[in-house]
Design a binder for this molecule. Structure first.
Ligand code: 4AD
Length: 495
């Protein structure tokens, strides 16, 4: 049986039923008619709040389910705002005070049936005139950690990881995060990339930094030396090596999934579990072939989010991080400049800033340096290229034609965050790669990786973008724990 969901369709049936009831007199027809009316009356169309507030279903008899965001009882009327997470806007419900109930409180879950009417109040287009309010789940407002009409800070709501999705700010964040995920996938699809599901469990340490979480079964009878996988296995720090393998058959590939780093860090931009977008491009001749993709993805995802989550982004830009909208607009207005690492070091050494970390050639750039460089370049994203060879992992391509010993690596630094993307051309030359792996004692471990250079090797390169850092950048939020549903970091794995 087809069940029609459209409230307008049901209203049409109701009207038809009324007209028909006058015209049709046979008992069979009356029976059919009664069942249509019974169906129409008993099953108002279920609408999401976003559909209800849009105004498209005015006059319809509907049912809306959600959580009460505000309650105001007057002498003759009761006003509620109900939200179901489908939009930042809540639906105003107007009811006779007879429907009031002491259990109708801020935070309670309700099901409201009634008719959608044009609202006399300018603040909203539509309101729901309630015929029935059913309390599905009560909520004691005195014990509920969020208070009606209060704008709680991100730091405050972070203390309630199991409840913070019920606040306006965090539900906006989750809608933005979901839309940004869609935008990233759309960018890659529109640009001819193939999505690869790279593994979460792996036996290699792509970055070689030793920040691995080891995986073994936890059962009482299990001897760790046995190794469940026969070899030591870890949660992935990056899908790059698996993407590189695929880039031997597909010229554009990407992956977007969780990655893990056992970094003992409490910083505002590091997590132990974070999402990374990674791409690999075969036949890449220069870093420009990679920076084009990084910039294109950043622009396209940001424009998509601004267009599709306007109200949610506004909530951040107006109330959480005022002034950040102008920074985002400036990022989109300007092309992203490129400087070399050596130029960056010169800029840092010429500045009058007192940096905590050294700025000698050969030292890694720290967050304080990255933020300074971004400001220096006009507070817009900036690419830094050609880092000292020894700072980069074994896979980075040796810039043999440069006077200093550098690698063809590139980072994208962005306002407020510092490093957003890290990438490089990969060493595709068998002899150079073999020598570097031998030096590190990794020749056997990576014999399969060397094979990729033996059989149809091509110049290629790729990058990874920290998805949470991207959200920090476009929203202006300061702490990475506020842009992921379930933050994991050292000494914290709640829920
Ligand atoms: O610079 P990273 O370590 O690069 C790689 O992992 C490469 N294998 C990627 C590739 O070329 N396919 O990490 C890439 C990005 C960083 O620029 C940063 O934005 C983010 O991942 N990132 C983190 N985000 C949150 N918490 C952490 N602990 C992060 N570590 C890196």
């Amino acid at each position: 049986m087809v069940v029609y969901q459209s409230a307008a369709f049901i209203t049409m049936l109701q009207a038809a039923a009324k007209t028909l009831s006058v015209a049709i007199t046979t008992s069979v027809s009356r029976g059919i008619l009664l069942s249509i009316r019974y169906y129409c009356k008993k099953t108002p169309a279920k609408l999401r709040v976003s559909e209800a507030v849009s105004g498209a279903e005015l006059g319809a008899n509907v049912k809306v389910q959600g959580w009460v965001r505000s309650v105001r009882a007057q002498k003759s009327h009761l006003f509620l705002h109900v939200n179901d997470g489908s939009s930042l806007q809540s639906l105003q419900v107007v009811a006779s005070s007879e429907l009031n109930d002491p259990l109708l409180t801020f935070g309670s879950a309700v099901e409201v049936t009634g008719t959608l009417k044009k609202s006399p109040n300018q603040k909203q287009l539509v309101e729901l005139e309630a015929e029935q309010i059913h309390i599905v789940g009560k909520c004691n407002p005195l014990e509920f950690p969020f208070k009606i009409k209060e704008r709680h800070s991100l730091e405050y709501i972070r203390q309630f990881p199991h409840l913070r999705c019920r606040t306006n700010a965090f539900s906006s964040l989750l809608r933005i995060r979901s839309e940004a995920t869609t935008a990233v996938h759309s960018y890659f699809k529109e640009n001819g990339f193939l999505q690869i599901h790279t593994p979460v469990i792996t036996s290699n340490d792509c970055e070689g930094a030793g920040e691995l979480f080891k995986i073994e079964p936890s059962g009482p009878d299990y001897e760790e030396e046995e190794h469940f996988f026969s070899v030591p296995a870890f949660l992935t720090v990056s899908g790059q090596l698996h993407l590189e393998l695929m880039s031997g058959a597909f010229s554009k590939v990407y992956t977007f999934g969780p990655t893990f780093r056992a970094e003992n860090s409490q910083s505002r931009r590091h997590l132990a579990e974070f999402y990374m977008v990674e791409a690999e491009v075969s036949f890449a001749q220069s870093l420009e072939d990679l920076t084009k993709v990084m910039e294109g993805m950043f622009r396209s995802a940001t424009e998509h989010v601004l267009a599709h989550c306007a109200e949610d982004v506004d909530l951040f830009h107006k109330h959480v991080t005022p002034g950040h909208r102008e920074i985002v607009e400036a990022m989109l207005r300007n092309g992203f400049p490129t400087i070399t690492y050596s130029e960056a070091i010169n800029i840092l050494n010429r500045s009058s800033e007192n940096f905590a970390f050294p700025t000698d050639w050969g030292c890694d750039l720290q967050t304080e340096h990255e933020k300074y460089l971004v400001k220096h370049c006009g507070n817009i994203p900036v690419f830094v290229t050609d880092y000292p060879y020894d700072l980069k992992p074994f896979y980075a391509r040796d810039n043999q034609d440069h006077p200093e010993h550098t690698a063809a690596a590139v980072d994208l630094l962005v306002p407020g965050v510092g490093e957003l993307c890290g990438g490089s051309l990969r060493e595709e030359r068998l002899d150079l790669l073999t020598a570097r792996l031998q030096q590190a004692g990794l020749e056997d471990t990576y014999s399969w990786y060397l094979d990729l250079r033996r059989f149809g090797s091509v110049p290629h390169g790729g990058f990874g973008m920290g998805f949470e850092r991207y959200l920090l950048c476009i929203l202006g939020v300061d702490n990475i724990k506020d842009v992921i549903p379930f933050p994991r970091f050292s000494h914290s794995c709640v829920l």
